[in-house]
Design a protein around this ligand. Structure first.
Ligand SMILES: Cc1cc2nc3c(=O)[nH]c(=O)nc-3n(C[C@H](O)[C@H](O)[C@H](O)COP(=O)(O)O)c2cc1C
Length: 348
């Protein structure tokens, strides 16, 4: 097998999205198949372990990118996922012989997060219909364009964001992810401050919030409500919201990651900007895991009941992700990736 071909294939896989750009994966070429396994990159601040929902979504995204890359090269591949919670998650067996040159698929390198304001112009009906018809396994998309439905979802995001800003673990995780200096950014993971699209005063605000003790004091005078309100302003202004929903189990989540990455990539290829919002899913998961900050359980119960009604969730289904979509007003700074040598190994 061509080593360069497999290396380039792995590099496309690694362009997948992940929570705070934590890139919780490694790829290993066995000589026959590409294995995808978990990598805990910053254990001192990490909140998402190998079997967490956010990690499984990201791994599904790697799988989708790898499938797109094989398709672009006319190569067949067969996925085999491990049972239970074992590692590696699974492997992609690749059919020989491989082409001499690798053709990069157009989607994965174009897909990106845009956290800037979007134009308020409505998106074309065919673009929304295409996004709304996407399916993977038991997962589907729900597109909200009606102002009342969008506002209802925004309220739920606001409620969940309030809980998020009162959570010390999530505070440590966010501030551990931020990359301030060019040297920090050059390491290739985490959230480059320049990708956040912060408004004037935003950096000073973040600096103020960076100490948990100060954050707790600010929260006592209601800062978490103000922050949650600010966090949802762009969401309120978006012409459409796309929700990825489906079964609340391990394989369902891997499929949801595939669907999320496919829909997001196709929207970006159609010139549509995308920003994911994970806060509702995360707080609902924390409700069931018992890791919400004190006092928030009743609020998140209500949020998840209202969410099920709004999105028409059946028993055993959940919201995997919300996407804010719209035509971009400006191009954002793009996030980086870790050097391939840090995540790819080969037995060849
Ligand atoms: C599970 C998951 C949760 C995410 N949550 C958010 C979020 O709440 N807000 C946000 O702006 N981006 C979110 N993102 C986007 C990531 O921050 C982004 O994919 C990562 O920084 C890499 O940047 P890129 O998408 O431009 O390649 C999330 C992505 C994933 C896979």
């Amino acid at each position: 097998m061509s080593h360069t071909f497999i290396e380039q294939l792995a590099a496309v896989g690694a362009q997948a999205p992940s929570a705070d750009n934590c890139q919780p994966w490694t790829l290993h070429w066995t000589g026959r198949a590409l294995e995808v396994a978990y990598a805990s990159r910053h254990p001192d601040t990490n909140v998402f372990d190998a079997d967490s929902h956010a990690t499984l979504l990201a791994v599904g995204g790697v799988a989708e990118n790898l499938s797109m890359a094989l398709a672009a090269n006319g190569v067949d591949g067969a996925w085999r996922w491990s049972g239970g919670a074992s590692q590696p998650y699974g492997e992609l067996a690749v059919s020989a012989p491989l082409p001499d040159t690798f053709v990069a698929p157009s989607g994965p390198a174009r897909r990106h997060t845009n956290r800037l304001p979007y134009q308020s112009t409505a998106l074309p009906a065919d673009v929304l219909a295409h996004a709304g018809a996407a399916r993977e396994g038991g997962n589907r998309t729900v597109v909200l364009t009606e102002p009342d439905a969008r506002e209802c979802l925004v309220q739920l995001v606001r409620q969940c964001a309030q809980a998020r800003f009162c959570n010390q673990d999530l505070h440590r995780w966010l501030f551990g992810s931020l990359r301030h200096t060019p040297q920090e950014v050059a390491q290739g993971d985490g959230l480059d401050m320049n990708t956040l699209g912060l408004p004037p005063g935003g950096r000073a605000m973040l600096a103020l919030m960076s100490s948990w003790k100060r954050m707790e004091a600010l929260n006592r005078i209601g800062a978490y409500k103000l922050l949650a309100h600010t966090e949802t302003q762009l969401l309120s202004a978006a012409p459409a919201l796309v929700c990825v929903v489906g079964p609340e189990e391990r394989y369902g989540t891997l499929d949801a990651g595939r669907l999320l990455t496919r829909v997001w990539t196709e929207l970006n290829l159609a010139g549509v900007a995308v920003q994911p919002y994970y806060v509702v899913t995360d707080q609902v998961n924390r409700l069931f895991a018992g890791t919400l900050p004190a006092g928030f359980d009743p609020w998140i119960w209500i949020a998840q009941r209202d969410l099920a009604r709004l999105l028409g969730l059946a028993e055993g289904e959940m919201l995997h992700m919300i996407l804010r979509v719209g035509f971009p007003a400006r191009e954002p700074v793009r996030s980086r990736r870790l050097p391939l040598a840090q995540l790819f190994t080969s037995a060849d």
